[in-house]
Design a protein around this ligand. Structure first.
Ligand code: AMP
Ligand code: GLY
Length: 420
């Protein structure tokens, strides 16, 4: 089979590597990929938001299956577009992608189907929002409705902070804002729960916990993710039953009542409060860096799983995992998530050999004249699998030390809740 992967981050490199191990794949294209994917696939420089160009490439190259990594093209309807031309695509359609594309869509679904989530209000202008905030309880959470690459969320400790959030969102910091969401603050521990679905059958696709803040101890600014580990320490059979029956299944029923179905990965961002799950947000894709952390544990041929999903045959596939613990540390450019330098040489990468327990996934990198340069804020993902999290983290740290890249920094405390 020929597979095309849409996206260019660490998630897509881990998808490409896992797909390259499939017994039924003979060619992989990454649109547009990075230096890491160029070792195992053909990188194709195309704008993934220009669906007609993507379609032409897929047809010209007789691609059998398209796998979409990031949320933006899903929310913009790439699946609907390609399926109109009879292309097989793994990912949810435009209506289902509203689960990530509009926080208000998801909140209304929660309300209608009694899905546990933080209490909330929707406000259409600054005056009404501030009137409410005058007498609100603190802390509370203020969110932009639309996609904001993880940045449109403010945890506000007082009136002054919340007024600033309202101003920034309505002034267009995250794009045009017709509404904002004000939410009750939930106190608990977060967990990411993943499923894969073909529209009929759903199967669990592991759990993880990421670290979004830039500084150790989960402090500082929000980022795309500084590291992750899998599985989450919180998961147990009772909790999993509740997540499925109270959150995932009612959500899919809600979509079905809207006349659509869910095909793809679905990522539920949960707050667990005394073994009870609350939905914080949905993402309509794998997480990044959760994907890099989870896929190395997969024992079943990924392409057979993805193909079964596109053929509505997921029920026939048994998804198997190793029991090992997996931990990922993200190496970032100094300055991230604020300004950082681009095109910084990484000169040591050739010296690394990867094996079944140790992986380096590229994110913001490019290859030029056989040299590798950092081009993004998140640059490399180091992942190790081991019998315990401490050993996995030690192995990752040894690799990062060996790389000795002067342009980078990383958090040394990834997984502290399961290690320290
Ligand atoms: P989101 O983009 O909705 O996942 O929010 C980003 C982060 O803000 C989450 O990972 C949580 O750490 C935090 N957060 C969002 N909503 C709430 C809430 N209602 N209560 C507590 N923390 C929240
Ligand atoms: N790691 C968070 C995300 O992928 O949204």
């Amino acid at each position: 089979m020929k597979i095309a992967i849409i996206g260019s981050g660490g998630r897509e490199h881990s998808l490409a590597l896992t797909i390259s191990k499939s017994s039924i794949v003979n060619e992989i294209f990454c649109i547009s990929g990075n230096a890491g994917t160029s070792e195992i696939a053909t990188n194709v420089q195309l704008d993934i938001n220009k669906f007609d160009k993507v379609l032409k490439f897929i047809n010209d190259n007789s691609v059998d299956l398209v796998v979409v990594g990031p949320e933006q093209p899903l929310v913009s309807g790439i699946v609907d577009y390609l399926e109109k031309f009879n292309i097989k695509v793994f990912g949810p359609n435009k209506i289902a992608s509203q689960l990530e594309g509009s926080k208000i869509f998801t909140k209304k679904l929660c309300q209608e189907y009694n899905i546990p989530t933080a209490n909330f209000g929707i406000f259409e202008n600054k005056i009404d929002a501030k009137k409410f905030l005058d007498n609100a309880k603190y802390p509370n959470v203020i969110k932009a409705d639309n996609l904001a690459a993880g940045k449109g969320v403010y945890i506000c400790n007082n009136k002054q902070e919340s007024f600033m959030a309202v101003e920034e969102i309505f002034d267009g910091k995250f794009g045009e804002a017709k509404n904002i969401l004000i939410e009750q603050f939930l106190k608990g521990e977060e967990m990411s729960y993943f499923i894969i679905s073909d529209g009929i059958t759903i199967k669990s696709f592991e759990t993880a916990q990421d670290h979004k803040r830039v500084l150790e101890g989960d402090n500082g600014k929000n980022t795309g993710g500084m590291g992750a580990y899998s599985p989450s320490r919180l998961i147990n059979n009772d909790l999993e039953d509740k997540i499925l029956s109270k959150i995932i299944k009612p959500t899919l029923k809600g979509l079905s009542n809207l006349g659509t179905e869910y095909k793809g990965f679905l990522y539920a961002g949960l707050m667990i409060v005394e073994n009870e799950p609350y939905l914080i947000e949905y993402n309509v894709r794998m997480g990044d860096p959760e994907c890099q952390t989870i896929l190395p544990k997969l024992k079943t041929d990924l392409v057979k799983i993805l193909e079964a999903c596109c053929n509505k045959k997921l029920a026939n596939v048994n998804i198997e995992w190793t029991n090992k613990k997996s931990l990922c540390v993200v190496l970032c450019s100094k300055g991230y998530p604020d300004t950082y330098q681009k095109n910084i040489l990484i000169n040591n990468l050739e010296n690394f050999t990867q094996d079944e327990n140790n992986f380096i996934f590229h994110a913001g990198t490019k290859k030029e004249n056989n040299k590798i340069y950092a081009t993004g804020g998140r640059v490399l993902n180091f992942v190790s699998l081991s019998d315990n999290f401490l050993q996995a983290r030690d192995e990752v740290h040894q690799c990062i030390k060996k790389l000795d890249w002067y342009g980078g920094f990383h958090r040394r405390d990834i997984g502290f809740k399961v290690i320290d």
